[in-house]
Design a binder for this molecule. Structure first.
Ligand code: BG6
Length: 478
């Protein structure tokens, strides 16, 4: 999107870079980051000279950490040849330490300077916080106090910090975190992650909406009846119990992924070449969310027996929210946001139902003898990328009657086209300095302002559902 991107890409290849991963032996590193880095490496999309430093509490040597990375990749079904994996792992080193101990940061500084010496220049520094949110504050503090973010001059080399979601636990904690972060570092150094913004399938919403006249002209409340967003997962919380129990579905995917999909779907037309205008347009939508008319929180039966989960936990593993946007474009259009774990289906999609223009076909044909269905646009992001539009057509035969048929587009990349996964995009964009697919502080706060009141158990009591349920509202409505 950024016009200077290809220039930056060339610069990126020539600029040695160190990626320090706080939480280097954790779940995120193992499930997403190692494989994303390997993919980038195999496609020549990392700087020619780079180093990854894993930081964690475990006692490991560099050699043991390289074996740990290789084993993680293997267990995730890595299909690259052994020699590529070996070359890749050679770039890794390890630092054992605590994130609330300044000695760790001093040692990290020494490793960073060592890499600078070996390359003969001041190298770029990327700090990835792949740790639980309760550790962010101390990492911000020590990165700042140990001056690690200032080792680069910001002109010939840079320092950037990648912060995972959830960003805070509610509005108050997010505001405090943001204040702390912004008082220590510059906005251009801060990359707040929502990996959904880095998914090709989700970015496709922008192309569909704005590059197709037929949709662009009817994309407003006068033509659209309702919008539904679903993020349904069949998998349960499994081994993430201790992380998930303090978070829950509203914070885990509601405050971020689901609301960001809504923002892309409903933001006003804008200059998508401009990073700031895109971030501002998304923030404006999130600010216009109105208090929900209905909220359901659910928990699947058996969740409380998960390792790391409190026996009487009230954490929700499912939510459904009905709300509206208070803007000229969308006022009065019902919006449903729904997400959950251990459900019957694995599906992430958006369903946009257009208004039924009741009299148009009758007026044209002089007949009322047909049943008609609204046009429904379904944009499915996963498990496959698929776009369908239901249209009414004439039923073959003597009489004039309508039937509903589907136009379908399977939108999967060709096998020989490199289509980076979300975490590849996150890392790549951060290295080339493109903040478009990262959230601004304003977006984070607007999302929390909407979600925070729903976290109150007294406001939204918990409903139990059986694993494999289709959804929870059916249990309540019946
Ligand atoms: C993560 C959540 O951010 O997103 C997980 O922490 C969730 O609980 C995941 O399963 C879904 O992302 P994806 O990319 O697998 O659709």
């Amino acid at each position: 999107m950024d016009k200077n991107l290809s220039l930056r890409q060339n610069q990126m290849e020539e600029s040695p870079t160190v990626i320090s991963i706080f939480g280097g032996t954790g779940d995120l590193a193992q499930t997403k980051l190692f494989s994303a880095l390997l993919d980038l490496f195999a496609h020549g999309a990392l700087p020619n000279k780079f180093k990854v430093i894993g930081i964690s509490r475990k006692n490991l040597s560099d050699q043991e950490y390289q074996t740990f990375v290789a084993d993680s990749l293997k267990s995730k079904g890595c299909d690259y040849r052994g020699e590529i994996v070996k070359k890749f792992c050679d770039h890794f080193s390890y630092l054992a330490g605590n994130f609330d101990d300044e000695v760790t940061f001093h040692c990290l500084g020494e490793s960073l300077k060592e890499f600078d010496r070996s390359t003969g220049q001041c190298t770029n520094k990327l700090f990835y916080l792949a740790v639980p949110p309760n550790l962010y504050r101390s990492i911000f503090r020590y990165l700042d106090e140990s001056k690690l973010m200032k080792l680069c001059d910001g002109v010939t080399s840079w320092s950037r910090i990648l912060v995972e979601k959830p960003f805070g636990r509610d509005l108050a904690t997010a505001e405090a975190l943001e204040k702390d972060l912004c008082s220590r570092f510059l906005e251009e150094q801060i990359y707040r992650i929502d990996h959904y913004l880095a998914k090709d399938a989700i970015e496709n919403i922008i192309a569909l909406r704005f590059a197709n006249t037929v949709l662009a002209d009817s994309w407003h409340g006068e033509q659209i009846e309702s919008i539904k967003i679903r993020l349904f997962e069949t998998k349960d919380v499994s081994s993430r119990g201790s992380f998930y129990d303090g978070v829950g579905a509203l914070r885990d995917v509601g405050q971020n992924h689901v609301l960001q999909i809504l923002a892309l779907l409903t933001m006003d037309p804008l200059d998508i070449e401009k990073v700031d205008s895109l971030r501002q347009a998304r923030a404006a939508v999130l600010r216009s969310l109105t208090a929900p008319t209905k909220v359901i929180r659910g928990q699947y039966v058996g969740y409380q027996e998960t390792k790391g989960v409190e026996p009487n936990s009230n954490t929700e593993t499912y939510f459904k929210i009905e709300t509206k946007l208070d803007t000229d474009r969308w006022r009065n259009v019902p919006i449903t946001l729904e997400a959950g774990k251990a459900l019957a289906q694995n599906i992430n999609d958006v369903v946009v139902t257009f208004k039924d223009r009741k009299n148009s076909a009758a007026a044209t044909t002089g007949s009322n003898n047909f049943s008609r269905q609204s046009n429904i646009l379904t944009i499915q992001f996963s498990p496959e990328q698929r776009i369908t539009l239901t249209v009414s057509v004439k039923k073959p035969g003597f009489s004039f009657a309508l039937e509903s048929r589907e136009l379908e587009l399977m939108h999967s990349p060709a096998l020989d086209v490199y289509s980076p996964e979300a975490y590849e995009r996150v890392l790549y964009d951060c290295i080339v300095g493109d903040q478009t697919r990262f959230v601004s502080g304003q977006e984070v706060m607007a999302a929390w302002r909407f979600i925070t009141p729903l976290l109150e158990e007294t406001v939204t009591p918990l409903v139990k559902y059986e694993p494999g349920s289709a959804g929870v509202d059916t249990l309540i409505d019946n």
